[in-house]
Structure formats: C-alpha cells, structure tokens
Design a protein around this ligand. Structure first.
Ligand SMILES: [Zn+2]
Length: 146
C-alpha cells in the first residue's frame, strides 16, 4: 500500500500506524495531526489503532506529549505576542513557528492574539506612558523667575 492517502476518505489506519511509529514524512504527519485535531472519527480510530499496539508505550497522551515536547508553553507564546521574551527565547519561538511551522502553536497563537487585542491593558499602558511623559515635561519646564 502506497502513500498519498486523502483527508476526505475517513480515518486511514495505515497513516495512523505510520503516525504512531513516526514513519511519516513531515507533510503527511502534518496532515494526520490536522485530521486528529479536527475530526473526532480520526481520534477514535487512533484510539483503536493504539489499543492494538503496545498500550503503555503508545498511549495517546504519550504520543502527543512527545510530539509537542519542543513546543513553547502557552504562557511563553503569550509573552512572545507581547514582545516580553528575552531575545533568544523570541528567536526560538519564531523558529518554531516560521521554520518548523508548528500548526499547534500557530493555532494557540491565533487564539491568544484575539484575547490580547481585546484586553484593556493596552489602555492602561498608554495612560501610564502619557503620565510619565507629563511628569517628564513638568520636570523640564523652565523655572519661573520670581
Ligand atoms: Zn509547537
């Protein structure tokens, strides 16, 4: 049986076993992960396939953990959005998103960015900056001669 399964043909056990055995190409892996995230029948099929295999080593939780091991945490992604990370951490997250192209983190980031934008904290930040500016300019006012 060759590769090239299609996404619309329902759960593909061969692809799922390949996924579990980490025998897929990156492209195929991304497609299977996409299916697992969006289709409950794929998740059920994965559970079936998993049960046919070694139950300890290949539990779904173990597999997901392994594949997401290098993913930055949600907190870190949030800090990345707010540009609050150290330069090397920023580089890592950017590499993870742009070069590795992790869809999981991209989805997380999209989710986070919609939350961040609606938060009023940017107003507070703006206020504080304005106040600081005000205080600074007061400090620089020419001293009045009496
Ligand atoms: Zn990731």
């Amino acid at each position: 049986m060759g590769h090239g399964f299609t996404c619309d043909s329902g759960p593909n056990r061969v692809a799922l076993v390949g996924y579990l055995e980490e025998a897929l190409s990156n492209e195929e892996l991304a497609r299977v992960e996409q299916m697992l995230r969006t289709r409950s029948e794929w998740r059920e099929a994965l559970r079936d396939v998993t049960q046919d295999m070694d139950p300890g080593e290949h539990s779904v939780a173990t597999i997901w953990r392994r594949h997401r091991l290098t993913c930055p945490t949600r907190e870190r992604l949030g800090a990345y959005l707010l540009q609050a990370l150290a330069p090397e951490e920023t580089d890592y997250v950017r590499f993870h998103l742009d070069v590795i192209g992790c869809r999981w983190c991209q989805a997380n980031l999209d989710d986070l960015s919609s939350t961040v934008e609606t938060r009023p904290s940017s107003d507070m930040e703006h206020d504080r900056r304005r106040r600081r500016l005000f205080e600074t300019s007061v400090g620089h006012l020419p001293r009045r001669n009496r």
